[in-house]
Design a protein around this ligand. Sequence first.
Ligand code: ADP
Ligand code: MG
Length: 296
Amino acid sequence: ATPTAVMVGMGKGAENNILIRDAESLELAQKIDTIILDKTGTITEGKPKVENILWSDDLDNDEIQKLSANLLGIESQSEHPLAKAICLELEQKSHKTNAPNHFESVTGKGVEASYKDDSYFVGNQKLLEENQIDIPQAFQVFAEERANQGKTLVFFAQKNKALAIISISDQIKEGSKEAIKSLQDSGIEVHMLTGDQKNAALHIAKEAGIQHIKAGVLPSEKGNYVKTLQEQGKIVAMVGDGINDSEALAMADVSIAMGHGSDIAMDVAKITLITSDLRKIPQAIRLSKLTVRGIK
Ligand code: ADP
Ligand code: MG
């Protein structure tokens, strides 16, 4: 494309809330044959809500109050949307908060925190398994039932005891389904990648109309997934909103970040969808086609 066409293309993009940061991305977008979408915050709203909290049945009300204050104190330190949902729920139930002395994220799994004499974990099943914490029968039953309904599960545990299981649901964004269908109709293969558990992922994929999915992936595996498709000769676009997507974004032929997402994702990505609306992707591809053909 001529420099003028590129400038016009970028200008038209900006008018439509599609920020394109380099000429190469604008020119390459029309060649994309594979698109990988992150689930949380990209396909879904990323504003999950707590549906239910099941506490271990040997805890009395005083203990639950104290542990809730710890859970709120811990999750207040996390930026993860699941943490925000948990905080919102506990704040609405007017629980006290008790900040931990030490807090640490565990990549792809959750968080670890400690107080003077106790340490705690909040995260997915992998986090509990990694720390050899048994999951009681009642939690397993709860987990299976909710996962089949597409809910995400978060576990709250002490050093060697599971304390609570929390079910959380997230809605598909308006326009996601339509955008995915439009991409598929134009011959593009659409994939979904997520750090979330398989059942929740399958539920969202089904609702969104996506056949190719991979769940339970770590951030570094998101990058590898892009690479594997590229090695098959595909021209790959990665779409994501989180720090955990940045490696995959950097690896992709075309990288697209959500405007509401983390600064890191937007720094790495060459294209930002200001309104976080996936329908802007087919629009960006059309713009790319027009640019390469040479708009005046
Ligand atoms: P994704 O954006 O696809 O959900 P992440 O890598 O951000 O992937 O997170 C992976 C998983 O780790 C989450 O799905 C969740 O199960 C768990 N997790 C991460 N941070 C937290 C947190 N603060 N509280 C509870 N669970 C968490
Ligand atoms: Mg995400």
